[in-house]
Design a protein around this ligand. Sequence first.
Ligand SMILES: NC(=O)c1ccc[n+]([C@@H]2O[C@H](COP(=O)([O-])OP(=O)(O)OC[C@H]3O[C@@H](n4cnc5c(N)ncnc54)[C@H](OP(=O)(O)O)[C@@H]3O)[C@@H](O)[C@H]2O)c1
Length: 248
Amino acid sequence: MQIVVTGATSGIGRALVGLLTARGDRVFGVSRSVTALAEVQAQLGKNFSFVAADLASPGAADIVARALASVEFVPDAVVLNAGIYPHDSDKEFDAAVAAKVLAVNVSGTLALVGRLLPQVQQRGGQFVAVSSLFARRPDPLGVGYAASKAALTMAFRSLALRYRNSSVRFKVIQFGPIATEGFAGAERRRVRFAPHLRTAQQAAAAIVRTMDSGRTVVTYPWLVSCALRVTAWLPDPVFDAITRPFRR
Ligand SMILES: NC(=O)c1ccc[n+]([C@@H]2O[C@H](COP(=O)([O-])OP(=O)(O)OC[C@H]3O[C@@H](n4cnc5c(N)ncnc54)[C@H](OP(=O)(O)O)[C@@H]3O)[C@@H](O)[C@H]2O)c1
């Protein structure tokens, strides 16, 4: 298979490109740092090619599409994993931070879907978006982040419905906390107690299972999925108070 992975240089994306190249897939990575991408290529070898692009910039989708065309890489699957999750509301709500989060996690991601749709459709392939449990519950410290993941999830559910009778598939995986560099990068994001915390490798394996399955919306891990269902009737302030010790 030929698979594009955004956010290929760290965390879940880095684990995923390792897993895919190891099983013989050709992988095309996208993220901002050319140095980090070249390091991944040095580690993974000729099955990994890449282009550096900032999904927050309006020209990013064109840069990626041109780079794919230049190496005749027509994707069977595109995993839209790149995302940022800075807090925008630790003190007062900072709308500029929220706007950046939405630009990367939603606008840049959907621009790439639009640009690569004809090629993926031609291959009878799929798009897989990486979302979060914050698509289902609000985040008082990451207002833009929760909005971005809710928007991404709903965009993919809408696309899945729009293209249900075509050859292309749209799927979205909603993760609970995953122990990545980004997740543990700041003291304020550290989870105090997390029996439901999973590794980047486990998350990458869950993405591969989602690609192989026929499901449109997947929540991982199962423990988080159950907790969200069982507590669906709780008002937001009660859910927030109960789950805060388990969260970033
Ligand atoms: N970790 C968790 O607990 C968790 C939970 C739920 C959902 N998620 C979601 O899972 C995904 C991956 O998370 P992670 O924890 O693995 O993140 P991470 O370790 O911070 O890695 C993020 C990746 O995205 C790339 N990236 C960031 N901004 C970009 C931009 N503007 N344009 C292109 N690439 C960009 C980064 O590379 P560069 O910096 O070089 O661009 C890096 O490769 C995200 O969508 C996140 O929201 C994570």
